[in-house]
Design a protein around this ligand. Structure first.
Ligand code: PLP
Length: 389
């Protein structure tokens, strides 16, 4: 047998995702899972019914068209117009993907070549590092540091080299909850234009902004032609298992991403695509109520965590809150999260796994608040016993 490792070396060390490990721990210990970001209630009943109807009516049960069903592509284009005044042609400028996860993979595999550098804010969503590695490109982190987690724009400028191909942006940002301000977005856009960089922007939490507003990067001057924007129905409509995501961009960018995408899944989620088309057209009240509900849950969890002794970094968006465990006399988030289920029956995620610079996130722990109020209340009660224990 060859001594060469079985796993492609670019994926070495990427083992099981922390979400799988922590969710398994939650099940094994019967803990409350505030680790992985999935809601514990489904999205609107009428949207579930639309999906069931599509299955029974035979819509989408066979391979849907490669770019996505026209109904959904039209609804995505309408959504971009309705919320941001951005115009996209549903036939050439929209592509439906298997969740935002496939959109990220297809975009990076399509747009990167070996040796290209990608600047991404760290802590970063774990699939970014894996996809950059699979493209044989190099990730260059721009570290968002506690307590404010703002991007240092001078540092960003300094990180750009002749090898930089792409900026990978995420706003609202998982796990810190940072929402880029119009000034920060303008600075990022100026740098992208000045250095002729491509931009991939992951905006899956676009409808979960509590402070300020979500501004799509593609709306800034000079950005439409260089930006692939990514979003997903999983987050906005609380159907994470359906895995319906999408990109919008110029015909050239969409054609490039589609080329990679067609050899990943080709197509997915046929009947769900029809249901998501209906979801995107829900009235403004749906979006406002969804945001208000999550804001209440954020306030409940952040107050409980603070009372339990955590240092809380209040998120401006997303459904995650990052904390610092130092005031509890703890130093290491990975160790803390591994023992937390047994100490008090709660599961969380150590932010260190989202960093290349593990020291920068060592004492940080992330909790998800997309859970029912009684679940959050019970979690808070349990976490409140930590100091006594
Ligand atoms: C920042 C970010 N991007 C992408 C995804 C994946 O989205 P999807 O479930 O649509 O693949 C997530 C899910 O947690 C996320 O937090």
């Amino acid at each position: 047998m060859s001594t060469r490792p079985l796993l492609n070396r670019s994926l070495a060390g990427m083992g099981t995702t922390i979400f799988a490990e922590m969710s398994a721990l939650a099940t094994a210990t019967g803990s409350i899972n505030l680790g992985q970001g999935f809601p514990d209630t489904d999205g609107p009943r009428e949207i579930s019914e639309a999906a069931a109807r599509a299955v029974l009516d035979g819509r989408g049960n066979q391979y849907p068209p490669g770019p996505g069903v026209p109904e959904l592509r039209t609804a995505i284009a309408e959504h971009q117009q309705r919320f941001y005044g951005l115009t996209y042609d549903p036939d050439t400028e929209v592509l439906v993907t298997a969740g935002a996860t496939e959109a990220i993979a297809a975009a990076l595999l399509a747009l990167l070549e070996p040796g290209d550098e990608v600047i991404a804010f760290e802590p970063f969503y774990d699939s970014y590092a894996a996809c950059i590695a699979m493209a044989d490109a190099r990730r260059v982190p721009l570290t968002l540091r506690a307590p404010a987690f703002r991007p240092d724009l001078d540092e960003l400028r300094a990180l750009i080299t002749p090898r930089t191909r792409l900026l990978l942006v995420n706003t609202p940002h998982n796990p810190t909850g940072t929402v880029l301000t119009p000034e920060e977005l303008a600075a990022v856009a100026e740098l992208a234009v000045e250095h002729d960089l491509l931009v991939v922007t992951d905006e899956v939490y676009e409808h979960l902004v509590f402070t300020g507003a979500h501004h799509p990067l593609a709306a800034l001057p000079g950005m439409r032609e260089r930006t692939v924007s990514i979003s997903s129905a999983g987050k906005t409509f609380s159907f994470t298992g359906w895995k319906v995501g999408w990109i919008t961009g110029t015909p050239e960018l969409v054609a490039a991403v589609r080329t990679a995408k067609q050899y990943l899944t080709y197509v997915s989620a046929g009947p769900f695509q029809y249901a998501v088309a209906e979801a995107l057209r829900l009235p403004d009240d749906y979006y406002a109520d969804f945001r208000a509900d999550l804001r209440r849950k954020r306030d409940l969890l952040t107050a409980g965590l603070a009372a339990a002794g955590f240092r809380v970094f209040e998120p401006q968006g997303t459904y995650f809150v990052t904390t610092d465990i130092t005031p509890l006399g703890e130093k290491d988030g990975v160790e803390f999260c591994r023992t937390l289920p047994e100490r008090c029956g709660v599961v969380a995620i150590p932010n260190a796994v989202f960093y290349d610079d593990a020291e920068a996130g060592r004492a940080q722990v992330r909790f998800a608040f997309c859970k029912r109020v009684p679940v959050i209340e019970e979690a808070v009660t349990r976490l409140g016993t930590l100091r006594a224990g």
